[in-house]
Design a protein around this ligand. Structure first.
Ligand code: MG
Ligand code: MG
Length: 256
């Protein structure tokens, strides 16, 4: 069965474990955020993330994932790089850039997955707006993660929010269920129609991750087989949380 169809409902104890994984993941991201300054290399960021993970006896599901195996524990994307950027010891951050950091944490066999984008020093007004809209789209999607709603309600909320601000959201890359594996069902596209798709049930745990582009929504993959960039070179941003559907309000598992 392909991962998109494998939906695993979690028990309260499993959600508690994922919340702990999410807390550690938030600590990793906070540590990396502290280091976001001109002159720091993207490999330095990865090393700092690995230090925090190691201090908790955890690893990232990113390392060794896929073909060719992803070589690092976090992904680092600068400006037009949208997702899956590979940290590099020669790539130094510069003032005015925007940087997206994505990390996963495995604790006791369960994964938490979260990402953010931030500026290095002063950034353009266009970049500021892009960051605000992308984070806003994530929370517009989270608000729809309620028992009885459908996957399409989440997708539509994200798309409507982004396009209402005159920006574009990716078609090819989606949110996903998460649990014992980094990618489970349901797949949650960042575009769609409300009322469509499968109903949400308590115990579903989903990583929502709008990826927003200032220009075209089209993307391409660089020859390193991993880094996804906007097709027109425009700026992109990415925010992600892992969230549980409950009997009541959505429960964000990757907050500090
Ligand atoms: Mg992620
Ligand atoms: Mg994800």
């Amino acid at each position: 069965m392909s991962w998109e169809r494998q939906i695993n409902i979690k028990t309260p104890a499993q959600i508690k474990t994922m919340r702990e994984a999410g807390r550690i993941n938030a600590e990793v991201l906070a540590r990396v955020k502290e280091l976001l300054q001109p002159g720091v290399t993207t490999a330095d960021l990865n090393a700092a993330a690995e230090e925090v993970l190691k201090s908790h006896g955890c690893v990232s599901p990113f390392k060794g994932y896929g073909h060719p195996p992803f070589p690092a524990s976090i992904t680092v994307c600068i400006n037009d790089e949208m997702v899956h950027g590979i940290p590099h010891p020669k790539r130094k951050l510069k003032g005015g850039e925007i940087v997206s950091i994505d990390c996963g944490t495995i604790l006791d066999g369960f994964v938490a997955d979260s990402a953010f984008t931030a500026g290095i020093g002063e950034i353009s007004q266009q970049a500021e707006i892009l960051l605000k809209v992308t984070e806003g789209a994530l929370f517009a999607g989270i608000e729809k993660m309620r028992k009885g709603n459908r996957v399409g309600d989440i997708s539509a909320a994200i798309q409507t929010y982004v396009e209402g601000h005159g920006l574009q959201v990716t078609r090819e890359y989606t949110g996903h269920g998460v649990g014992r594996k980094m990618h489970e069902g349901p797949q949650v596209p960042n575009v769609g129609s409300s009322g469509s798709g499968i109903p949400l049930r308590p115990g579903m745990t989903i990583a929502l991750e709008p990826m927003v582009l200032a220009g075209t929504h089209e993307t391409r993959v660089l020859p390193d087989h991993w880094t996804v960039v906007s097709a027109d070179g425009s700026l992109t941003a990415h925010f992600e949380h892992t969230i549980a559907v409950t009997e009541g309000d959505p429960l964000i598992l990757t907050l500090p």
